[in-house]
Design a protein around this ligand. Sequence first.
Ligand SMILES: [Zn+2]
Length: 221
Amino acid sequence: MNATSRHPVVPLEAGAGPDNPPCPACGEPLFGWIDRRPGLAGPVSRCESCGLGVVGAPGDAADALGALDSGASAVPLLHIWQQRNSGTLLIANRGGFSAWIGGAGWAGLAPESRYLFTVEATRRLIAHRDQVVKSARWSPGAGIALMWQTVLNGFTFGRNIALGALGRATAVPAEKPWQRRLDGFVSVVVAIPAMLAALPMELIAAALRRGGAVSLRFELL
Ligand SMILES: [Zn+2]
């Protein structure tokens, strides 16, 4: 960059302050992403550097590592896949395309979520204990399911209604009874069209390495 540049580069650290606490994974300041809403423990912030999402106040690296070990983002859907594939860790990828288009309606944003991981955030976190990511693979079943539910969330008052009904996520039902009834109806009517949209979207996301669920294998250095 030359001296006549009109766009001075401000280091991310310049944004650090009480409103922008450091990212537990990489230390860069966190910035607001999603306001607090029903079914979430607090507002969601994200790291512009490694992509980690944090619900409520961030803890330290050990806290985030604990959340990672306890079952990735705590989306029950992922727990089930995880149990079938021991030795791997499945994350709902906050760096994925479904998180980007979904925002607050992203299906990976569960009531249990404390941290929302990306491959890069995970890589930096496990480096704290001398581990490296040996492989990171898109998980088709979980990725497509998360994209499908993310699309459905665009049609309902509540969140994760369909996966909740299938026992694969913790649903966040709408406030009013009529909304809940409508959500149940809409989820059934829109289920197939939503899948027809979600399938190609998630396939493209995966081809661009932006899949919604990633299976990770770690290795000690
Ligand atoms: Zn970070």
